[in-house]
Design a protein around this ligand. Sequence first.
Ligand code: GDP
Ligand code: MG
Length: 438
Amino acid sequence: MLEGLGSNLKDALKKLAGKTVIDKVAVDELVKDLQRALIQADVNVKQVMQLSQAIKKRSLDEEPPRGTTVREHVLRIVYEELVKLVGMPVEINLSHQIILMAGLQGSGKTTSVAKIARYFQRKGIKTGVICADTFRPGAYKQIKTLCDKVHVPCFGDPDESDARVIVKAGLEQLKGIEILLIDTQGRHALEDELIQEIIDLNAITHATHRWLVIDAALGQQARDQARRFHEAIGIDGVIITKMDGTAKGGGALSAVGETGSGIVFVGMGETIEDLEWFDPDGFISRLLGMGDIKALVERVQESIKEDEFDPNAMMSGKFSLRDMYKQLEAVNKMGPLKQVMSMLPLGGMDVPAEALDVTANKMGRYRIIMDSMTSEELDDPSVISGPRVHRIARGAGGTPEEVRELLKYYKTMKRAFKGLKGGDKNIQRLMKRFSRVS
Ligand code: GDP
Ligand code: MG
């Protein structure tokens, strides 16, 4: 989301570097850049104006704390105001929650329900789903298939045409579930009947949360949709889907503003794992290039539970091909490496884009190639000579290029992780967390 915004802001903030006194001209310029970036990202004009006013006023009125530079002073204000724009962090109690999902057809409700169920189930919470979509053909089958894959109980009745009846039966059936998600119908437009149904479902379920699902590609209509649903049931959280696409996401931010709530989750892809808990601070830090370690640490902690993972190897310059493979496996569990890396301040790292694209398929090939290596070679691949490359390739039923690619990849990773060890404070903190959880 707002990727263009990130680089624009960085440029704008650069202009303040080295300044010793804050001047109106510099702040005006920064605010103009910021406005342009936000409006390009589809953020609602009224919100943009409010934000700019606040930044201008605070930057000039507030006294920079002793010892902070002009740039730091303004950066902090920009940061705080942007955090306000994306809304309050949403908190959720983990027992006896009933979450009603609202949103138009195609917004990604059903997919998000499955992802969220999976998210909480992974935390060891008893999670269940009721399919209250009686409009879309095959709706029950769609959600049931997704739930079955991750063993989450799913209640529905494809023969019943009244969602209220289904939900009542579902509540009875799924007693004892801690977090119950209710998938609803969407239709194409906001018809009165649809609104009435969601009002009824809210009353029947005594939902503890009502989350609105918004497609990131939606522009300013997001605001109207949000208003209708908010007036009907009181939205207390927004889920932005399809953030993996080219969408700018600013329209969805308007929806957040309209409901006065915050973003709960962000959908980042089509598979059930492609969901991120939204952390406003982290998000804005990332946007401003401060690097976000919180989100990464959360994911790392979850993956580590399932996997053996050697944090020290990641930090130490000398790590073996085996270590690398182990890390790749763990990192793959966290989600695409690219996504994980995007949470780190990439400034100091020299990782070529293709190195971040290790597919499961390729992992399989690497495994086979590694199986044709000797134990000594696995410990220290630098001993592998030209003729050995050919021999290994033949043993693995592959080409020498493939073996070289693996070796090159290993070298890149080794260099990248070695680079991590030194400089950046965030990275050092992250690494400390790595060692603590292991
Ligand atoms: P619903 O009608 O609101 O229930 O929407 P669905 O959950 O059926 O999703 C509509 C389409 O959007 C499906 O093709 C999903 O695979 C796709 N989709 C949902 N969330 C995401 C996401 O975060 N990223 C991508 N790329 N596609 C998504
Ligand atoms: Mg659906």
